[in-house]
Design a protein around this ligand. Structure first.
Ligand code: TYD
Length: 222
């Protein structure tokens, strides 16, 4: 266990496979007896669920600024009620999306000014930045097709939300945004090829995460 906890986020465009990978990593860390807490944005907890509904429902017409503020409200609550308490308890907190999603989607995707998105993020998070972030990088043309096929196979056409129905150009801007964020913070980011088979990716992710955790533990004992 690490006394300050360890914070890992997963990022990427729709259908990039991060939700599968985050669950595999959770199970792997648990099997090594590590205390793990899995969470997500938007919408963990009751209030988060309501914000999530507003954000994702195709029927809610939201302008980009309202969207950013709803996400920031959810993030503020998520950080104070879930992430910080988890870290204080010494857990490895795994978050399916976090503040970089707003930079990529609302900043690069919706084209809100980046410095404004950063400012809102820093207030919402109180400056809490993940120790490690995995970016599942994939061409959105491939990943959107993948997630649509999955929804159609499950007869869940209506499950397509406001973001899935955005045009390809939007998702391309989001992908490029993520790659820029990762380039700016190479120490925090691990960029992975999202087209690789699930097992290859999960092995790489586990190796990087376990390596980073061991390094942190070593630093704590020095
Ligand atoms: P979700 O169904 O959780 O999709 P995914 O599995 O791709 O994470 O929906 C979350 C959506 O919210 C997703 O399309 C990205 C979007 N989003 C933002 O636009 N900005 C944000 O800050 C966050 C956290 C999510």
């Amino acid at each position: 266990m690490i006394s300050t906890g360890f914070f890992i986020s997963f990022e990427g465009v729709e259908g990039c496979g991060k939700s599968t990978q985050i669950r595999i990593l959770r199970d792997r860390l648990k099997s090594e007896n590590m205390p793990v807490r899995l969470t997500r944005e938007p919408g963990d907890g009751e209030m988060g669920g309501r914000i999530r509904e507003l954000l994702l429902s195709v029927s809610s017409a939201l302008d980009p600024l309202t969207e950013l503020f709803l996400l920031a409200a959810d993030r503020t609550r998520h950080v104070t009620e879930i992430v910080r308490p988890g870290l204080a308890a010494g857990d490895v907190v795994l978050s399916d999306r976090y503040a970089d999603s707003s930079v990529a989607y609302q900043g690069y995707g919706r084209e809100l000014p980046l410095d404004f998105v950063h400012l809102i993020n820093s207030r919402a998070t109180g400056g809490l930045v993940p120790d490690l972030t995995f970016l599942m990088d994939i061409d959105p043309e491939i990943s959107l097709r993948r997630s649509r096929i999955r929804l159609h196979q499950q007869n869940m056409f209506e499950a397509e939300g406001r973001f899935e129905t955005e045009c390809l150009a939007f998702h391309r801007r989001v992908r490029e945004g993520y790659l820029r964020i990762a380039r700016d913070e190479p120490g925090r980011y691990a960029v992975l090829d999202g087209t690789l088979p699930v097992e290859n990716l999960s092995e790489t992710i586990a190796a990087i995460a376990i390596g980073a955790l061991a390094q942190r533990k070593e630093m704590e004992t020095v």
